[in-house]
Each structure stands twice: as C-alpha cells, then as structure tokens.
Design a protein around this ligand. Sequence first.
Ligand code: FMN
Length: 186
Amino acid sequence: MDTLEAITTRRSVRKFSDKPVEAEKLRAVLEAARLAPSWANLQCWRFVVVEDAGVKGKISELSYVEAFFKPKGYKTNPAQNALASAPVVIVACAEPLDSGDLRGQQYYMTDVGIATENLMLAAHALGLGSVFVGVFDEEAMGDLLGIPPEIRIVGLFPLGYPLEESKGGPPRKPLDEIVFYGKWKS
Ligand SMILES: Cc1cc2nc3c(=O)[nH]c(=O)nc-3n(C[C@H](O)[C@H](O)[C@H](O)COP(=O)(O)O)c2cc1C
C-alpha cells in the first residue's frame, strides 16, 4: 500500500478481533513512530506498550472522563471497549523538556502527533487498525503505569486486527473551506 492510499483509506478502528498482533508488526508500527520528524530532532516521544488484560481493562476504565463526556450525553468513551479488547494498547507519552516551547506553543504535542499518525498509518498498511484516544484521566493513568508527573501522556492507541471492514468514516471539510490562496479567507 503506498502512502497516499494509506492516508486515504485509514479509518479509526474501535472493534478488534482476538487475533494477536505479531511481534514483527508491533515493532514495525513502533519503528514508523520512531522515524517521525520532531523539533530539532529531539524525539521527545516515549511509548508504553501494554498487553496485560487486567491493565488494559483499567486503561479502558480511565478513558471515561465523566466531566468531559456526561455533558455531551455519552455514557462511555466511544473507544472504551477498544482499549479493553485490543490485543495491544500503546500509550504515547512526551518528555516536554525534549521539545520546543515557542510563542506559547508547546511542540511536544506536534512531535507526538506526527509520530502517532505514522504509527496509525503503518498499522493500517500492515492490515492492523488503531484509533487515537485523547480523552482519559491523565493523573490516574500515570499512577497506573508508573509514568512520572513531568511526563505528559498524549494519547492511547489500541492496536489489533479490525473485526469488520471499514464502512467509511466521518466526512472532512471541503478544501475550499480550509485553504486560502495568497491571503487569509480570499
Ligand atoms: C487528538 C485526538 C483525540 C481523539 N480522542 C478520541 C477519543 O477519546 N475517543 C474516540 O473514540 N476517538 C477519539 N479520536 C478519534 C476521532 O474521533 C477520529 O479520528 C475522527 O472522528 C475522524 O475519524 P477517522 O479517524 O475514522 O477518520 C481522537 C482523535 C484525535 C486526533
């Protein structure tokens, strides 16, 4: 699968089969993340790979943050079951001091965002699926996984073989709504 096809056909996967992820494929997905560009090539990303069913279950519980979801009428994080049932969960973290802080923008989010898009595209190209899970109780997650408070937890990535064929994902805004030529909104 070439890059454009991977970008075009990737969708968030929230239902996984029981089939385990081969060690070589897990390594290839992590390798794709490792090769991402980053601020001054400082590579602030760190990854915790979780395969223990009990720990994945706790991670899943911590992805429901009532204060965030309840006002929206959600009784679960849509990816909550995915975190419990995927064979692997990759917890993507950042060492903020190993990245840039300019104009009030903290680039560790950009660095880890790029690395984890690589991770999701590589997973898709290898027949696997994943989803970026950004809503979770960060403090409790840190306690669960022994992640120190100075490390930020950016996202959770359940990884496994998709249970079903993709039915297509939510639409994107058209280019003429998001691209301006020469000047803002012209
Ligand atoms: C930063 C970020 C946080 C996200 N957090 C969640 C989440 O907590 N739960 C979830 O089910 N999906 C989450 N998503 C997945 C998005 O809902 C999904 O990518 C978007 O709807 C587009 O669908 P697609 O990935 O299938 O193209 C997140 C995505 C991003 C980029």
